[in-house]
Design a protein around this ligand. Sequence first.
Ligand code: X2X
Length: 341
Amino acid sequence: MTPTIQPGRRRFIQGGAAASALASVGAPLYAQSAELTFKWANNIPLTHPSNIRIKEAVDAIKAESKGKVEIQIFPNNQLGGDTDMLSQVRSGAIDIFPLSGLILQTLVPLAGINGLAFAFKDYGTVWSAMDGELGAFIREAIGKVGLHTFDRCLDNGFRNITSSTKPINTAADLQGFKIRVPVSPLWTSMFKAFGAAPTGINFSEVYSALQTKVVEGQENPLAVIETAKLYEVQKYVSMTGHMWDGQWILANGKRWSATPADVRTLITKHVTDAVIKQREDIRKLNLGLEETLKGKGMVFNKPDPASFRDTLSKAGFYKEWREKFGNDAMAKLEKYSGTLA
Ligand code: X2X
């Protein structure tokens, strides 16, 4: 019996391997160029662990697909600020884009829930929640707006406040403090509840906003403060650890479902691998970065979280967000965080 040829069912990568074997016998060079290209864009420099690990994944995907699948990385807001990149991943101008759940909140309200102040006491709790029931619940909500979400999110980190004017020791120091926050309802609400004067600014504009003193301060994990060189325009780091933030890796839904299944599996495998390594990098980096940043002239202090938490409670912050997220969602979070009030 002669084998039936079913081109529609041929696996993309196998087909590619056969094609490139032919191509190597004196065929023109273009036959070896990638057949599927994806644009991956983000908001941070190439030196940040997220980009270092994603670059490794991209190289592995290219090698394993024999050059057929190529992901191009556009780091450091080259394709626009976060708000703009979010529109582009929805329209398909960008294929893959990691974004903080809190910024995604403008589109998927529930996605901000992990940013509730002081929800997570440590990384163990963060990953149980985000790789567990809470994360699954959030991904389901993201799926409803036509975006594919990879199962595991990148670590951005626990966030700390920096300032060019003064250290923040207690919540009272935040009264009237001009602080940049990412463009997100939860972030703005949190800093208003602290009594500060927050302005929503995309990360692409943060360095210049700090340099020109449009704002006095901002808040970010140490790995971002270091790789984006914010130490050049900020003096104090107050280790408030007021919230944990991570990035969901989003893909344009149509592009993703039109991608052959074996390519999706290949990309997912290497991206997941990169995320696991990236999380470990950030954890280790954060342990050593205090010394590095002190060496750049930054001054550190470690505030007691109590005054910050009390201020938020008294301002009705947790009550307001419990109503917005709803009891079901809050129950999923509080399974890991304990009661937030
Ligand atoms: O915009 C920020 O502050 C950053 C870099 O932490 C995020 O991606 C949310």
